[in-house]
Design a protein around this ligand. Structure first.
Ligand code: F3S
Length: 107
């Protein structure tokens, strides 16, 4: 499966959702997640993300590894909503795109 990682937090560009043939993405608050049970590993979403937030499970760094569980858990969370079309990013997305360490901001 592919995994949405830390870089997505507070950026939420949502370009990824437009290309996903399986509609795997969910809006999980201040980031999107991929439902690992739906992802077919087509990799279409990877180049779409302006902040390179989407990585394959087999290529994930040690720092981003907790996001494997984050994606799995938030994909099942009642508050998470499927998202199928692009939406405007947060007004301060450009600021957050420059911040590498945002894990503590996950809500
Ligand atoms: Fe997030 Fe990148 Fe998609 S910032 S919403 S994974 S395009």
């Amino acid at each position: 499966t592919y995994v949405v990682t830390e870089a997505c937090i507070r950026c939420k560009y949502t370009d990824c959702v437009e290309v996903c043939p399986m509609q795997c993405f969910l809006d999980a608050g201040n980031m999107l997640v991929i439902d690992p049970s739906d992802c077919i590993e087509c990799a279409m979403c990877v180049p779409e993300c302006p902040v390179d937030a989407i990585v394959h499970l087999d290529e994930i760094s040690a720092r981003q590894r907790p996001f494997v569980a984050v994606n799995a858990a938030l994909a099942r969370a009642p508050a998470s909503r499927p998202i199928h079309s692009r939406q405007p990013p947060p007004g301060d997305h450009a600021h957050w795109a420059t911040i590498k360490q945002k894990r503590h901001l996950l809500r």
